[in-house]
Design a protein around this ligand. Structure first.
Ligand code: UDP
Length: 237
């Protein structure tokens, strides 16, 4: 099979570039080593992060597909590139939390590390200008970010994904604290898109609670590269 060719760049985000291909319904996603935090205020590089995030996302998208979660992944093309379905991303970040951390711990005064009685689902409006504000289902509907039917599908997908990933990560001695998902429309249907990586998930070691995710970069905890590699190593075991 001949390698799929990258055509012009469609979009460059903080961590990925998206390219058109000869097929109108397929894009190539290229994962970069660039890291940002706090709405772009903190910038840096995490060496080989793009390779880890590409491989980890591919593994998890394949797992989720097997478990009935439709997603944009088609195939891996190289160390840093995957072929995906050309979705139209919905401008909503979907966050699922199992343990209080990050912005939730801060906003609500809950101790970081406190296990939540039930998984908490949050929506944020994807807008750099507004700083990705927290919104609810009604906001999603009135701002026309997604329809009622799409919201309901996103919520049930997010909860199922949480169950699958929690169990999977636990087998790898990792606790899934929280994570962010993005969904897109493909042929009129909502499917999972974007990435699932230590950039978008908080992952703590089950025994020691050591942080093995982007918080190492956000909070200057050191061993950033090593932690990304460690997560990938565990997933491959
Ligand atoms: N997250 C993300 N992109 C964002 C915001 C959050 O991937 O733009 C992820 C983050 O890595 C964490 C979860 O979503 O796993 C919840 O993040 P939180 O709201 O606590 O925000 P943060 O502390 O990252 O500002």
């Amino acid at each position: 099979m001949c390698k799929v060719e990258k055509l012009q760049m469609l979009y460059e985000g903080k961590a990925k570039k998206v390219y058109k291909t000869h097929a109108v319904d397929q894009y190539i996603v290229e994962y970069k080593d660039d890291a940002t935090a706090f709405n772009g205020e903190k910038k840096g590089t995490i060496v080989n992060k793009g390779i880890v995030n590409n491989q980890m996302s591919a593994m998890l998208f394949r797992l989720l597909k097997e478990m009935g979660i439709d997603n944009h992944y088609i195939e891996t093309l190289s160390d840093r590139e995957m072929l995906v379905k050309a979705v139209k991303i919905l401008p909503v970040e979907v966050i699922v939390r199992n343990v209080a951390a990050g912005s939730m711990a801060k906003r609500l005064g809950v101790q970081e590390g406190k296990t939540l009685k039930i998984p908490v689902l949050e929506f944020c409006y994807k807008s750099d200008e507004l700083g990705d504000p927290l919104i609810n289902d009604d906001h999603v509907e009135v701002l026309e970010l997604a329809t009622k039917k799409e919201i309901s599908k996103i919520k049930s997908y997010a909860m199922k994904i949480n169950e699958i990933l929690c169990e999977y990560f636990f087998m790898k001695n990792l606790k899934l604290i929280d994570f962010k998902l993005e969904f897109g429309l493909f042929e009129g249907e909502v499917i999972l898109a974007d990435e699932i990586s230590p950039d978008t998930c908080r992952l703590w070691d089950v025994d020691t609670n050591e942080k093995l995710d982007k918080d190492r970069f956000r909070r200057d905890l050191g061993n950033v590269e090593e932690s990304y590699q460690e997560v990938l190593r565990r997933l491959k075991n």
